[in-house]
Structures are given as C-alpha cells and as structure tokens.
Design a protein around this ligand. Structure first.
Ligand code: ADP
Ligand code: MG
Length: 249
C-alpha cells in the first residue's frame, strides 16, 4: 500500500475536518440538493490536485467523468485566477486546463466503460510529470436514477452501481488517486423514485464510500459541509464559502 495522499480543498476548516484533506485510495462521496455546490467543489479539486504537495496538491492531473454536462472550463479559469491572487503567483489557466481530462458519459453503461478509459490514460501518464491523482464522477448516480425507475429494477440498479463503485475503488488503489463522486438528493420525498431524500446507492454506497460529505446551503456564499460516518475521523461540520475565486474559508 502506497502512502495516502491528502488533497487540499482550499478551505481550512474543511481540510481539518478531513484530517488534512481529501484522501487518496478512498472514495469520497459528496451528497446534497441541487445547487448546494458539489460541482463547484469538484472543479476546485481539479485545480488543486495540480499544485505541488507543499501547496496541498498532489502534483498530478485529473480525470472527470461528467454525466450532466456541467463541467465549465471558464470556471476553472476563474479558480486559477483566484489561486494566483491567493498565492501571489501568476498561474496560467491554460496550463491547468491541459491537465483536466473530461469525458462525457451518455448513459450508465457508458459511464462504467469510461472508468476503463480513465485507467488506460492513468497507465499512460503513470511515469509522466502529471500522473492522474484524482478521478471525479459527477454525478455518480444521475444516469442510474433516470434509467432504473420503479421498484422492480432497484436491485438491478444497486448491483450495477456496486460494480461501478468497485471499479472506481480499484482505480483509486492502483494509481494512489483520490476518487470523488457526487450524489444528488432531493428535499421532498417523491413517490415515483422511492425516497430521494436519501442518497441513492443507500446501503451499499454507504459501505463503499469511505468518506461521506453532506453539503447544504447557508447564508450568502456560505456552505455547510458535514462529515458523516467516517471510519477513522470524528463526525464534524465545516463552513466553506464559494465565490468567484473558488472555494475558501
Ligand atoms: P450542485 O451541487 O448541484 O453540483 P453547483 O456546484 O453547480 O451545485 O453549485 C451551484 C452554485 O455555485 C450556484 O448556485 C452559486 O451559488 C455557486 N457558483 C457557481 N458559479 C459561481 C461563480 N462563478 N461564482 C460564485 N459562485 C458560483
Ligand atoms: Mg452538479
């Protein structure tokens, strides 16, 4: 087992709650309602992973499996410019964008296949200057939720999601990579989908994801991130902000 890496979120409280940052070789699940900031955190991590370890990064590149078409290069540019200001250095957003490998997933089968493509890429980059150190699946569950409707197919959905999760866990182990997945929950129960106020994947995802983070809106640009059921860290809450410059205290 390789030494576990820790990736900074850009928010001190958040990092502290995580025992230093997002861990490699583990799956970190972020769940919460639409608009709570899951995709924003994902963008920020895609920037931060490229920083050297002295600055809280892992000196690596990132693969994003984008299932909802919410990746925005312009947002990366804003965050890199935010970092330039914070560090007093002139970072080039284009250099950061080069190390963000985005793949659109059109359905759940395609999403699962893209983990194999990600592994091939990570193998190619293994001995390069920018090995893949972060895999993001945003959203992990949207296609599964849309394709498997009704009670009869819930077991099938769970089995397939489970297989997918094992695939991404293997990726994390093999490449000493962080794995961050998002999972939308809804505020009100909806009979059609079962109980969407609970993250889908429920039980099995609960056992696979090593770190589960519940994100919710607070005042203005503030968000509350709650660490739920960690195996080795106390449950806790952190307040972060999401501004034009990205994630902060
Ligand atoms: P989700 O959890 O659904 O993925 P998002 O990560 O897309 O949610 O969060 C959307 C929210 O992020 C917006 O409502 C806004 O508060 C914030 N946001 C998005 N872009 C910016 C930006 N450029 N500057 C400041 N805040 C932003
Ligand atoms: Mg999103």
């Amino acid at each position: 087992r390789k030494l576990v890496g820790k990736l900074t979120t850009g928010c001190e409280e958040f990092d502290e709650m995580m025992g230093g940052g997002i861990e490699s070789q583990s799956i970190t699940e972020m769940y919460g309602e639409f608009g709570c900031g899951k995709t924003q955190v994902a963008h920020q991590l895609a920037v931060n992973v490229q920083l050297p370890p002295e600055q809280g990064g892992l000196g690596g590149s990132v693969v994003i499996i984008d299932t909802e078409n919410t990746f925005r290069p312009e947002r990366i540019t804003q965050m890199v410019n935010g970092l330039s200001e914070k560090h007093g250095v002139e970072y080039d957003p284009e250099e950061f964008l080069k190390n963000i490998h985005v793949a659109r997933a059109y359905n759940s089968n395609h999403q699962i296949l893209l983990v194999d493509s990600a592994s091939e890429l990570a193998n190619e980059l293994k001995d390069s200057e920018m090995p893949v150190r972060l895999l993001i699946v945003d959203s992990l569950t949207a296609h599964f939720r849309a394709e498997y409707i009704g009670r009869g197919t819930l077991a099938d959905r769970q089995q397939k999601l489970n297989k997918h999760l094992h695939g991404i866990q293997r990726f994390g182990d093999l490449f000493n990579s962080c794995v961050v997945v998002t999972n939308q929950v809804m505020s009100k129960p909806d009979a059609f989908f079962g109980d969407p106020t609970k993250p889908i994947g429920g039980h099995i995802l609960g056992h696979t994801a090593t770190f589960r983070l519940y994100i919710r809106k607070s005042k203005g640009d503030k968000r509350i991130v709650k660490l739920v059921d960690s195996p080795n860290l106390p449950d806790g809450e952190a307040i972060m902000s999401i501004t034009t410059d990205g994630l902060g205290d």
